[in-house]
Design a binder for this molecule. Sequence first.
Ligand code: GUN
Ligand code: FE
Length: 440
Amino acid sequence: MKNDNFVIQGDICWSTSLTALKTMPDAFLVCVEGKSAGVYPQLPQRFAELPLFDYRGKLVIPGLVDLHIHAPQFAFRGLGMDMELLDWLDSHAFPEEAKFNDIDYARSAYGLFTEHLKRSSNTRFVVYATVHVPATLLLMELLEESGLVCMVGKVNMDRNSPDSLREYSAASSLEATREWLGAADTYTRVKPVLTPRFIPSCSDDLMRGLGALRREFNLPVQSHLSENRSEIEWVRKLCPASGSYGAAYRDFDLFGNDTPEGGPTVMAHCVWPDENEIALMARRGVFAAHCPQSNANLSSGIAPVRRLLLAGVPVGLGSDIAGGTSSSVFRAMADAVQVSKLRRVLLDNDDKALTLEEVFYLGTVGGGVFFEKSGMGRCGSFEPRYDFDALIIDDSSLATSGWRTAPFALSIRDRLERTVYLGDNHTIAAKYVQGRLITA
Ligand code: GUN
Ligand code: FE
């Protein structure tokens, strides 16, 4: 199906704010030229001629947004999960990523990755590739063909990593980045995002050069921030003058969009930010990609999501494959609720645990705003003029007996909660991105 105009009928649900869901049973969601034209309890006469797709009895929700995923790490999901971050990078992530120097290996691995994403609950992704330009362009091509909407970064790293993966110098890394950017603007649904791996991997010269590229090409930025305590200690030694990890990115002009040039920044993890770092993120509109499964797997900790939200930091969710093992943002939502409860109990503090409504907002609108600020369309909602990104969920297999029948019938809100906790790929009946049906 192309960007046709059509109507979907089903049990429709979306976020209207951080704390509120809108639900409409057996309602009509209209797609006009790839965008939502609104949700209606009865189909307005002006849309009566459009094709109607009958998803009655199924849930219809906005496509989910994964703000942080490493494409080359897909191959070793579920391995090394008894390690901490820095050892796991050395033993698992770096050796696997080095293989993407071989374009045939990359074609096979990224082919499997792309097919997996097509079948997942997510419609949009912010993706780390590797340092390699040909493999990164190949990944962008595969993702473009898939119909998914993605931001993809060629990784920069010129220090503290093995020779097999490390770029030779700041100058050669920047030259490769220019080459990549020159070739990367041929895609419509896939756009480049500047990707310094994290401060320990990037020399000061490289970071300065990337800050200049960001301004020259008006680019968004992704990186990692305050994930693990040994990492933070290391950054303190590497950038003693900056005062904090976040301030070090700021000093290289890679932290937020408070200048007319340069797109927004998303920082994965933010597990250990202090008050100053949180305030700096809020002031500069830096997004946090909360990756609760990865933070548990790699013993990183529990991010203070409630404090980030109260301070005004924009927050979305990430799978962080392969720190995280599941690519489903449903799983990230469930984990975000669970770890917020552990945080409250273990720290004995007043931060309220996250609710289903809040994590659903973070996994749809919250991450979606990063795409909007990057000029890639509004997504995560069914309000008029949002891109028509929709998931159709057949939750009948999650049913316990009699759930559809009064007095046992579940509300749409409760069916959504159950899908967040129990749903997996087999419950996805269809997925639309910008009005196109994505078939795996
Ligand atoms: N910090 C730097 N690189 C990585 C990575 O690949 N995964 C995670 N979780 N953190 C990182
Ligand atoms: Fe990561």
